[in-house]
Ligand binder design. Structure first.
Ligand SMILES: [Zn+2]
Length: 488
C-alpha cells in the first residue's frame, strides 16, 4: 500500500496508513436536502466515490458513511416557504439527491444515516461536552446549549486559525443569540425550540425541547458508525470552516480522536465563480443530461484533480464528450473484434487485468486523475494502432486495461449502468436492438431524403410505440429507450 493523500489539516501529502490494517472508515458530509441538487453537489459525491473505488481496488475494505442532514434551519425556512411539512420537503429533495447519485453511477455508501434518526446520540454528545467543561446551557432559559471555544485549546487547529483572528459564529447574527453566549465565537450545540417554530421539529432533551445544531449532527453520526477515531473525513472545500473545524473541536473536546486525515474537494465553477443555488436550476443532472450523455457528465466531474476547480461550460462539456467518445469508440470496436472484452463485470475485470503501473502510481499520488487519464488515453491510442494492424489479441488486452482503468473512475463504457440506449439491457440485447433500430432509422433517413415524409413519420411512430425515442440533433439522429421515472 503506497497511497499518499493530501491531508488538509496538516497541508501535507501524507502516507495513508489505516487505523486498522486492511480497513478504512470514511465519513463524507452528505446532502442538506433543502432543494434539488446541482452538479456542484455531485462533484463532491463523485470525488469520494473515486476514492472509495480506488481504496477497494487497492485491496482495502471500506466502510463509507454519507449522511443526510434532514433537520436544519434552512430546511425549516424553505419548507415554510413551500407551504409543506419540513419532513416532506426534506424527503422529496433526498429522493432527488438519490436519483442524481444513481444517474451518475455513484456507489451507495455502506450506511446513509439521517440526522433525525440519531437525536439520542447527539444529546449524549452534548452531555459529554457539558460534563467535560466545554459546553454550557444558555443562562436565559432559551434552551440553547453552546460550545465554549475558549475552553478548548485545539479550536482552530483544523484550519490553522487563531481564536483571536476569528469573528462571530455564523449562527449568532442577532443580539439575542449574542447575549446568551460567553464568547461571540461560541457555536450552538443544541437549539431550544423558539416561539413559532414547528412542534414537530422539536425533541425532548435535558435542556428543554429543541433540535441539534448542524455541526453536532455529523460528529455524533461519525462516532455511531465509525467509532471514536476513524481514518478519513471528506467534504467540499466550503465545509472546512466553520463546519469541519467545529465538528473536530466537539469530538476532540469530548475525548474522541476523530478523523486522522481530512480531504476536501474543490468546486464546480461557472465563469470562475463557485456554483450556487441561484445558478443551480440550469445545472441539475437532469438539465445537463439532456445536452450530453450522463457518462460524459461523470467523466467531466471525475477527470480533473479533486483539488482543482472544474469549469462547467459548453466548451468543457464538448471537450469531455470528444475525449470520452474516443475511449468509448475504441472499446466498442475492440469488443466487436474480441468477445473477451465485452463480458467481464467490474469484479471480473479486477481479477483479470493488471492495471498499468503508471496508472497505479498516478492514483496513489493523491488520486492524480489527470496523470491517470493520460495513461488511459495512451492505452487507447496503442489499442487503436493494434486494431488497425489487425492484432486482435493486443487490441483486446488494451481494451480490457482501458475498461479496468475507466472502472476506477466509474466511467467504464461497457458498465451496464451506462447502457441507457437500451435501458440497461445486457450487451447482447443491446447489439440486437442497435441493429433493428439502426435499420429502421436508415429507412427513415432514405424516406426523408426522397421527401416521403409519410413513411418517415410512420417509422418514427412505430419506434415511439415501441418506447424508442428518436431525436434529430446537429450531430445526427440519436435514439434512446424511454425509461419513465428516471432522471434522463
Ligand atoms: Zn458534516
Amino acid at each position: 500500500m503506497s497511497l499518499r493523500l493530501f491531508d488538509s489539516a496538516t497541508h501535507q501529502v501524507r502516507d495513508f496508513v489505516p487505523l486498522v490494517e486492511g480497513r478504512v472508515g470514511m465519513y463524507v458530509c452528505g446532502a442538506t436536502p433543502q432543494a434539488h441538487p446541482h452538479i456542484g453537489h455531485m462533484r463532491s459525491a463523485i470525488a469520494f466515490d473515486v476514492l472509495t473505488r480506488w481504496l477497494r481496488r487497492s485491496g482495502l475494505q471500506v466502510t463509507s458513511i454519507r449522511n443526510v442532514t434532514d433537520i436544519d434551519d434552512k430546511i425549516l425556512t424553505k419548507s415554510a416557504e413551500a407551504g409543506r411539512e419540513w419532513w416532506a420537503h426534506a424527503f422529496a429533495n433526498e429522493l432527488a439527491f438519490a436519483r442524481a447519485y444513481d444517474a451518475l453511477n455513484v456507489l451507495r455508501p455502506s450506511y446513509e444515516p439521517r440526522a433525525t434518526g440519531h437525536i439520542t446520540d447527539m444529546i449524549s454528545l452534548v452531555e459529554r461536552l457539558i460534563a467535560a467543561g466545554h459546553g454550557y446551557p444558555a443562562p436565559d432559559g432559551s434552551g440553547d446549549v453552546y460550545f465554549d471555544v475558549r475552553s478548548f485549546a485545539g479550536y482552530g487547529a483544523l484550519t490553522r486559525q487563531r481564536l483571536e483572528d476569528l469573528s462571530v459564529a455564523e449562527d449568532s447574527a442577532g443580539s439575542a443569540e449574542l447575549a446568551r453566549k460567553r464568547d461571540p465565537r461560541d457555536f450552538v450545540l443544541w437549539k431550544g425550540t423558539k416561539p413559532g417554530e414547528p412542534a414537530t421539529a422539536s425533541w425532548p432533551s435535558p435542556w428543554g425541547p429543541g433540535r441539534p445544531g448542524w455541526h453536532l449532527e455529523c460528529s455524533a453520526m461519525a462516532r455511531r458508525y465509525l467509532g471514536a477515531e476513524f481514518d478519513i473525513h471528506g467534504g467540499g472545500l466550503d465545509l472546512r470552516f466553520p463546519h469541519h473545524e467545529n465538528e473536530q473541536a466537539q469530538s476532540r473536546a469530548a475525548g474522541d480522536g476523530f478523523a486522522r486525515y481530512w480531504l476536501h474537494n474543490a468546486w464546480v465553477v461557472q465563469g470562475g465563480e463557485k456554483m450556487s443555488k441561484s445558478l443551480g436550476n440550469t445545472m441539475t443532472v437532469e438539465a445537463l443530461g439532456k445536452r450530453v450523455p450522463l457518462v460524459v457528465i461523470r467523466y467531466l466531474l471525475a477527470g480533473p484533480h479533486y483539488r482543482s476547480h472544474i469549469e462547467v461550460a459548453d466548451t468543457s462539456l464538448a471537450e469531455a464528450r470528444t475525449a470520452y467518445e474516443r475511449i468509448e469508440g475504441f472499446v466498442t470496436r475492440a469488443a466487436e473484434a474480441d468477445a473477451m472484452v465485452a463480458e467481464p463485470d467490474s469484479a471480473a475485470l479486477a481479477a483479470l487485468v493488471r492495471l498499468p503501473a503508471e496508472f497505479v502510481a498516478a492514483m496513489d499520488d493523491d488520486l492524480g486523475t489527470p496523470a491517470a487519464l493520460a495513461v488511459l488515453h495512451e492505452t487507447v491510442r496503442a489499442g487503436n494502432t493494434a486494431l488497425a494492424a489487425g492484432d486482435k489479441h493486443a487490441a483486446g488486452q488494451a481494451a480490457l486495461a482501458v475498461r479496468a482503468m475507466t472502472d476506477v473512475l466509474g466511467v467504464d463504457p461497457l458498465d451496464p449502468h451506462w447502457n441507457t440506449a437500451s435501458g440497461g439491457a445486457e450487451p447482447a440485447l443491446r447489439r440486437a436492438l442497435d441493429a433493428l433500430v439502426g435499420d429502421r432509422l436508415a429507412a427513415r433517413g432514405t424516406a426523408r431524403t426522397s421527401r416521403d415524409f409519410a413513411t418517415a413519420d410512420a417509422i418514427r411512430e412505430l419506434l415511439a410505440a415501441a418506447g424508442v425515442l428518436v431525436e434529430d440533433t446537429p450531430d445526427g439522429v440519436r435514439w434512446s429507450v424511454r425509461t419513465d421515472g428516471e432522471t434522463h
